[in-house]
Write a protein that binds this ligand. Structure first.
Ligand code: ST9
Ligand code: ZN
Ligand code: ZN
Length: 315
């Protein structure tokens, strides 16, 4: 089935339409030292992992790249385009696969991820935005995970409808078993596959396919919140911060067209350019071809063009 424009049917309950909150109440930073220690250790571990590359089996490198794409796809096609934005529909087998892949990315469970992301779209660049880029590069990138959330995030977040997620058995099952599942999918599976199948040492496999790969997917994801919210052209809406960033699009398998995405949050491709720098769209289209995905929402080209002429920066 071809991509569709499902129109305004759920516009009224739509968490993706941006609202601005009045004023800005700065809070004292309430640092969560446990997160600071864990994130520092993770990044030091990732730097150390680089020294192991030349000592490891070439199949371990391939596996590490594959597992990067596997876990990234769980975020892009799953947590983001399916569960946060409902930009297409997925049958149960695909939803199960995406939940497994999303667990491998260890970025909180689907419900928490989608809740924060819906709040991010609705209250973008305000105190209610969990990674408000107006608080600077560091806060938007990683700092927001190292401190208690601003009270506005929780207050406004309570107003967001999550009923679709609570009604999704796959989402709720993942949430129930998340702690065990995340250890299994983020660390145990990527470590044991190289060890069992081509005799890689557990040490090398853990640091490359576990630690380095995890750290890389996290930073690629955070780049959307930092780089793509601070710099770059705005061909669709010059009045908002999110921008187009091809480097980010490449490393996030299609999520760097961020000015387009914030202008048209329901487009399943998050871009007007189809498969260009967008492996996630290739994946969703393939899933539609084999009958697992349907009702891909697409903004008609003439609507995109009019919007560019009306509010774009001409780039
Ligand atoms: C990670 C997530 O990295 C990354 C997400 C990035 C999103 C990017 C989006 C970009 C676009 C898409 C592109 C994708 C590209 C992918 C490319 C892949 C290569 N609404 O959170 P708590 C309430 S995770 C409503 O503890 P604190 C609620 O009652 C990394 N209510 O707040 C909640 O209880 P419950 C690994 C909300 O205490 C309660 O508050 N994980 C909301 O302030 C407490 O919630 C970590 O590092 C809301 N939005 O603590 C863990 N939020 O949940 C990091 C909260 O029971 N997190 N409430 O309902 C934490 O440790 C804590 O959350 C904290 C804040 C310390 C940051
Ligand atoms: Zn989004
Ligand atoms: Zn954004």
């Amino acid at each position: 089935m071809e991509p569709t424009n499902r129109g305004n049917e759920i516009k009224d309950m739509d968490p993706c339409i941006t609202e601005k909150t009045a004023g800005s109440k700065r809070q004292p930073l309430n640092i969560v030292w446990r997160n600071v220690v864990l994130m520092t250790a993770l990044h030091l571990g990732a730097v150390y992992s680089l020294t192991l590359i030349h000592k490891s089996h070439h199949l371990t490198w391939i596996w590490t790249v594959f597992y990067y794409l596997f876990s990234a796809m769980g975020i892009t096609a799953g947590a983001h385009r399916l569960w946060s934005h409902r930009s297409y529909r997925a049958k149960t087998p695909l939803r199960v696969l995406l939940a497994v892949m999303q667990t491998a990315a260890f970025q909180n469970d689907i419900l928490d991820w989608a809740r924060d992301h819906r709040v991010h779209h609705k209250y973008s660049e305000t105190d209610a935005d969990p990674h408000n880029a107006r608080r600077g590069f560091f806060f938007a990138h990683i700092g927001w995970l190292l401190v208690k959330k601003h009270p506005d995030v929780k207050e406004k977040g309570k107003l967001i409808s999550l009923s679709d997620l609570y009604a999704d058995k796959v989402v709720m099952t993942q949430r129930r078993y998340y702690r065990v599942a995340v250890i299994l999918m983020c660390f145990v599976v990527p470590t044991f596959v190289p060890y069992l199948f081509w005799g890689e040492s557990l040490w090398n496999a853990y640091f490359l396919a576990g630690i380095l790969r995890y750290c890389a997917t996290l930073n690629a994801t955070w780049n959307v919140n930092s780089f793509a919210h601070l710099w770059g052209p705005k061909p669709y809406d010059k009045t908002i911060n999110p921008s187009e960033n091809m480097g980010v699009a490449f490393s996030t398998i299609g999520e760097g067209f961020h000015n387009y995405h914030h202008t048209f949050p329901h487009d399943y491709s998050t871009s007007e350019y189809g498969w260009r720098l967008n492996l996630t769209t290739v994946f969703i289209d393939f899933m539609a071809r084999i009958g697992q995905a349907s009702e891909r929402r697409k903004i008609p080209p003439e609507v995109v063009l009019k919007r560019k002429q009306r509010t774009g920066d001409g780039s």
